[in-house]
Write a protein that binds this ligand. Structure first.
Ligand code: FMN
Length: 214
């Protein structure tokens, strides 16, 4: 397993290419069973945070955002619609690498959600209809009954539910961390300004890089 040495001594102006390199290496080397797993923390308007794992399905290095997919009516969906500012972490233990993101979410355009939904296994597409994610469920038998009902309703042509789709996470802060011997790790943070343009994204300013004590 490749464990690359430290961050370049002169930090790159833009961290996204290095983030992409780490992400692709984690996938290629199968660094862990779910190398694209990402913890996303949301919070209520009152400031109570909550965190959960999702899968980071896309990394677009220019202009710089990542995409995950979920149920828009889930707990996270409700929290995001009240407060679209989130934090996220990807961690590849076997590679000794961590990436931290802080930024803002926008909904994926419908074609991005449609495209990813269509690529999912049939059972996963049916599951998106059968599960009212984050709502109380009286028994597992009810969920299985819902799955059977939705499978019978749709057959093999399962459209994307309107409440299911992607979020694009645009980081304003991105930190790359690499493990060093005796806890002498290497760590740098990049920040940039995001100016909203329309519903689907931002004009991103240039990144500013700072090395941090680990
Ligand atoms: C490895 C792993 C991957 C997951 N991927 C997703 C995902 O891509 N989307 C999703 O909605 N939930 C995913 N989950 C489930 C979430 O962690 C969580 O249970 C669910 O989204 C409900 O969260 P909420 O009630 O906070 O909205 C994943 C869980 C694990 C452990």
């Amino acid at each position: 397993m490749l464990r690359k040495a430290f961050l370049p001594s002169k930090l790159p102006a833009d961290p996204m290419p290095l983030f992409e390199e780490w992400f692709l290496q984690a996938r290629e080397q199968k660094a862990q069973p779910n190398p694209d797993s990402m913890v996303v923390a949301t919070s209520t308007p009152g400031g109570q945070p909550s965190a959960r794992v999702v899968l980071c399905k896309k990394l677009i290095k220019d202009p710089g955002y990542v995409v995950f997919f979920t149920n828009y009516r889930s707990r996270k969906g409700a929290e995001i619609s009240a407060n679209p500012r989130v934090a996220a972490v990807l961690h590849w233990d076997a590679l000794g690498r961590q990436v931290r993101l802080e930024g803002r979410l926008v909904l994926s355009p419908p074609d991005e959600s449609d495209e990813y939904f269509a690529s999912r296994a049939l059972d996963s597409r049916i599951g998106a209809w059968a599960s009212q994610q984050s709502q109380p469920l009286d028994s597992r038998a009810t969920l299985l009954k819902n799955v059977a009902r939705e499978a019978a309703r749709f057959g093999t042509h399962v459209p994307r539910p309107p409440h299911w789709g992607g979020y694009r996470l645009w980081p304003e802060v991105l930190e790359l961390w690499i493990e060093g011997p005796f806890r002498v790790h290497d760590r740098a943070r990049w920040t940039r300004a995001l100016e909203p343009v329309g519903a689907e994204g931002f004009n991103a300013g240039p990144w500013t890089a700072t090395r941090l004590y680990p």
